[in-house]
Design a protein around this ligand. Structure first.
Ligand SMILES: *Cc1c(COP(=O)(O)O)cnc(C)c1O
Length: 364
């Protein structure tokens, strides 16, 4: 079976984890927390960072740190992973969905403009599958309307727009280090911010709202969203190999692009002024009716695939009586192909060959 994903441990992961065990610093205090936060900030060019226990609570914490709550609206693409939307709902705010762009699959800035109301507090940009959103447009909309810009970079570690890393455009940004993300800590996440005060607020909230100056003194409703030193140890080792991992993923995407040329589908390509980190190598088939038969065909060839996310507005707990034609179409046509960094050119050719043989079948 060729899976969609598996992590790659090329570096000092074991050594660092053993250091945690040998030193007994296995909980959320220890040297690797600070080393991972500092190294991560440096890598993406962020001002401030704080680790958290996963990418979902990272978004929740970011929204809470901004003071978003009941009565507020947060604009979010409907074509995203459900965590982007659930965390908005968890603050008591209302997600306001926007459609996506056909070419990039990312949030449509013109639709963002249409959805702004007096209650809008923030726009959440999700860099889906590793291709950056149109940040020039989103930054200017948010400045013009005095809205917070939040970036969900769970899928965009290492992605760049005009040379600048995803996660450094918004007021606050979040990352995930789940096992299938570009760098992983097993479960884990990061919140980064431009302003020190904002990351201090996030730190306070992730740490039970405990006072810095008085023991066991808690001055607000807060959370335990801390990362462990063991996770940070793995994260630091992954970060040290990040360039290699991203280069490998970009190479794999280039192999796919070449090998799938001429078929009735479109690869999710890099656009001008961007660096696509290819968390996933994705395609959209021209005809939505062939998606499932193609996935079945690949499964028989022991190749695992995933469908692109169902648009959030189609799920029962976020249903709205509106249609989002591009998001719905991409949600019905999109497939994520095996995308893990250890794939060889031979693997990619085998997968592409299986896709080609599906379209060559005379029965279609
Ligand atoms: C993975 C992911 C998350 C959530 O991260 P977890 O670490 O799994 O909680 C949030 N948003 C997007 C877009 C994701 O892909």
């Amino acid at each position: 079976m060729i899976p969609v994903y598996q992590p790659l441990f090329l570096g000092r992961e074991k050594e660092y984890v053993n250091q945690c065990l040998d030193s007994t610093w296995i909980s959320s205090k220890g040297e690797f927390i600070g080393r991972f936060e500092r190294g991560f900030s440096e890598y993406i060019g962020a001002n401030h960072a704080t680790t958290v226990s996963n990418g979902t609570v990272a978004i929740h914490l970011a929204l809470e740190a901004l003071g978003i709550g009941p009565g507020d609206e947060v604009i979010v693409p409907t074509l995203t992973y459900v965590a982007s939307v659930n965390t908005i709902i968890q603050t008591g705010a209302t997600p306001v969905f926007v459609d996506s762009l056909e070419q990039s699959w990312q949030i449509d800035p013109q639709d963002v403009r249409r959805k702004i109301t007096p209650r809008t507090k923030a726009v959440m940009a999700v860099h889906l599958y590793g291709l950056p959103c149109d940040m020039a447009a989103l930054v200017s909309i948010c400045e013009e309307h005095r809205l917070f810009l939040v970036e969900d970079c769970a899928e965009a570690f290492g992605s760049r727009y005009e040379g600048q890393h995803a996660g450094t455009f918004g007021d606050i940004a979040t990352f995930s280090f789940f096992g299938n993300k570009t760098i992983t800590t097993g479960e884990g996440g990061m919140v980064v911010a431009k302003e020190k005060a904002l990351i201090e607020k996030a730190f306070h909230l992730k740490n039970q709202g405990v006072s810095q100056s008085r023991e066991y003194w808690h001055d607000t409703v807060a959370y335990n969203y801390r990362m462990t030193n063991i996770c940070a140890a793995i994260g630091l080792a992954q970060l040290e190999k990040a360039d290699e991992i991203i280069a490998k993923k970009r190479q794999i995407a280039a192999w796919y692009r070449e090998a799938l040329n001429g078929l009735p589908l479109k690869t999710h390509d890099e656009l001008p002024h961007t660096v696509h980190s290819f968390w996933m190598c994705s395609v959209a088939v021209n005809d939505p009716m062939v998606r499932q038969p193609l996935r079945d065909h690949l499964k028989k060839a022991t190749i695992e695939t995933r469908p692109v996310f169902h648009p959030a507005h189609t799920m029962p707990h976020c249903a709205v009586a509106q249609s989002f034609p591009i998001a719905e179409s991409l949600g019905a046509r999109g497939i994520n192909l095996p995308s893990y960094p250890a794939l060889s050119q031979g693997d990619v050719e085998q997968i592409a060959g299986a896709i080609r043989s599906f379209f060559d079948e005379p029965s279609l």
